[in-house]
Design a protein around this ligand. Structure first.
Ligand SMILES: [Zn+2]
Ligand SMILES: [Zn+2]
Length: 350
């Protein structure tokens, strides 16, 4: 397992930083909310870079960490794994990016490099991963540190706020979309039309797929939003798809959508569960799976996913829709995500 840097080592090189203390929002273990906390600015050691955070997206995984749906990995962690930042310091061995360069820090913050999954080039399944905003502090802060080997250079066409949701909603959505590609979909269902689906909808449309968007029952605004992004059809998840789907991606953390999506998908089609946590999947009849339908989940990302994704959206640009919140208003952003009142993605700006 790679060493997790705690910032106690002296660092060999750093750009001038005017401050040693920073404001951050940390997980409060009891209250299901974030606490404003002052912490030392992280120091850059070894292969780490320190960035001044320019924007950080709020992902549903942050809610799962906050709510204890995922077991806590570190008390008082700073969440946030859709970090857009400008490099202000580099560790002695960090040479991949220049001081002043803008990078993105994603959920996958480190891997062991030695386990069977790393050896298979399936580093998303690494046995000893380091996740940003879960195992080490993330981007709900003025500064963040990250291993440069897991950072991405970002296409210049996306400004800071609009680039942030690309780093998880975009990336994990892209991995889910690629896995569904095994059934060569022409008609693609998207269940849950939030941050990820609104990006993947545009990618699918750019690749000549027909998108069928399923929102919460009665969410007419969400359905209009989906149609405005090119969806061929949009309706509630209680409605039947007008035509059999070739594949479906489930972004909403709702287990009941699994049998619903299988029922909507043709023989040989693929249903991908794209979230890290989902409510219990109800029992369903075998006939929904029969006919060589494939049901799979997506876990994390690989660096290759990121490289392919950022190349694709440089060639086929997507328009991310964001709602910006000040960093100290992170709890309002979290609440908006819980209430599904964000059209697109919530982004924190320090
Ligand atoms: Zn995420
Ligand atoms: Zn590994």
């Amino acid at each position: 397992m790679p060493e997790i840097h705690t910032g106690h080592k002296p660092f060999a090189y750093h750009a001038p930083m005017l401050t040693t203390s920073m404001f951050s929002m940390t997980v409060d273990s009891v209250g299901h909310k974030l606490l404003g906390t002052f912490k030392p600015v992280p120091q850059a050691t070894d292969r780490d870079v320190v960035v001044r955070v320019l924007a950080c997206g709020v992902c549903r995984t942050d809610l799962h960490i906050l709510d204890g749906d995922l077991p806590p990995h570190r008390a008082g962690v700073v969440p946030g794994h859709e970090v857009v930042g400008q490099i202000v310091a580099r560790g002695a061995q960090a040479t991949r990016f220049a001081i002043g360069q803008r990078v993105g820090i994603p959920w996958l913050g480190g891997t062991c490099g030695g386990c069977a999954f790393c050896a298979m080039k399936r580093e998303n399944l690494c046995d000893y991963p380091v996740f940003t905003g879960y195992d080490r502090d993330g981007g709900f802060a003025e500064y963040a540190a990250a291993d440069e080997r897991f950072c991405f250079a970002l296409p210049e066409r996306y400004d800071d706020c609009h680039a942030a949701p690309l780093l998880c909603a975009g990336l994990i959505g892209f991995r889910a979309w690629r896995l569904a590609g095994e059934s060569a979909p022409r008609r693609l269902g998207l269940y849950g039309f939030g941050a990820a689906a609104h990006i993947i909808c545009q990618i699918a449309v750019s690749q000549s797929q027909e998108v069928y968007a399923f929102t919460q029952k009665g969410d007419l605004a969400g359905q209009r939003f989906a149609r405005s992004l090119g969806a061929a059809w949009a309706g509630g998840s209680d409605e039947a798809a007008p035509l059999p789907l070739d594949a479906a991606l489930i972004f909403a953390p709702v287990g009941a959508l699994v049998p619903a999506a299988l029922a909507a998908t043709r023989k040989g089609g693929t249903v991908v569960c794209a979230g890290i946590h989902m409510s219990t999947i109800p029992a369903f009849e075998y006939r929904l799976l029969w006919g060589e339908r494939v049901l799979k989940s997506v876990a994390n990302l690989t660096r290759e996913d990121g490289d392919a994704f950022f190349r694709l959206i440089d060639d086929f640009p997507v328009q991310t829709h964001v709602q910006a919140f000040a960093l100290q208003d992170a709890n309002a952003a979290v609440q908006a995500l819980r209430d599904s009142t964000v059209n697109g993605a919530a982004v924190l700006v320090p």
